[in-house]
Design a protein around this ligand. Structure first.
Ligand SMILES: Nc1ncnc2c1ncn2[C@@H]1O[C@H](COP(=O)(O)OP(=O)(O)OP(=O)(O)O)[C@@H](O)[C@H]1O
Length: 210
């Protein structure tokens, strides 16, 4: 599945009361869109709806499209969306390198897997930390590992929930550039939840404000 990610008349409800929407938007491939809004306005819930993992307390109407396929009712694994949750959710029993390898596409040779993980570690500025346990990393290192695991899985679109929030300003700039470049190079639609005006600036005004 390729092409833009689109929301059509999406409304979210919590306990039967409208929480957010209706939202209509198209997230074009290659040009990240930033989703901003007050805490508790439903940004993370919208991402969960898009991947098909809404908590039972919520309800939703409307449609999600990826290219010319409506994915609203598809099982989570058939949507081919990459999501980075706010809490990094690395597997605690796997090393950092094993976490990165976890989502790699099927069918790669062992050598190719090792090369991609090594390149991912380098790109995430985690070289030398591959054998470590996630619990032994700093919050920012874990956030970078989780972001790279999401990128290495080669999804058809990316949903990123405050991916740079735990990084210092310099790292934030470098990882913002990494995500924007990757989106452009691989022609990926990216929806980026953020409270940081610098992300909105990088998205050249492509902002959804709740
Ligand atoms: N599993 C849940 N059960 C009950 N209420 C929930 C659940 N998850 C989220 N909520 C509530 O739903 C509302 C929307 O939450 P959500 O996490 O989507 O907000 P957000 O815009 O992402 O906020 P933030 O910017 O603080 O991350 C909040 O009031 C939150 O307390």
């Amino acid at each position: 599945m390729k092409g833009p990610l689109a929301l059509r008349s999406v409304t979210l409800f919590k306990d039967g009361v409208a929480l957010l929407g209706p939202i209509d938007c198209t997230i074009a491939a290659g040009r990240p869109v930033v989703l901003m809004g007050p805490s508790g306005s439903g940004k993370s819930t919208l991402l969960n709806f898009m991947i098909g993992a809404l908590a039972p307390v919520f309800g939703a109407t409307g449609e999600v499209w990826l290219g010319d396929v409506e994915i609203t009712q598809l099982p989570i694994q058939q949507r081919h969306l990459g999501i980075l949750f706010q809490d990094d959710l690395l597997f605690p029993h796997l090393s950092v390198a094993e976490n990165l390898a976890f989502g790699l596409p099927a069918g790669l040779s062992r050598l190719e897997r090792e090369q991609r993980v090594a390149a991912g570690l380098a790109e995430a500025e985690l070289t030398g930390l591959g054998a470590r346990n996630p619990a032994s990393l700093s919050g920012g290192e874990r956030a970078r590992a989780a972001l790279m695991r999401t990128l290495l899985a080669e999804p058809c679109a990316l949903l990123l929930d405050e991916p740079f929030a735990k990084l210092d300003i310099a790292l934030r700039g470098r990882f913002r550039a990494l995500v924007f470049e990757r989106a452009a190079r691989r022609n990926l639609p990216v929806l980026l939840v953020s409270h940081d005006p610098a992300d909105a600036e990088a998205a050249a005004g492509q902002v959804i404000a709740l």
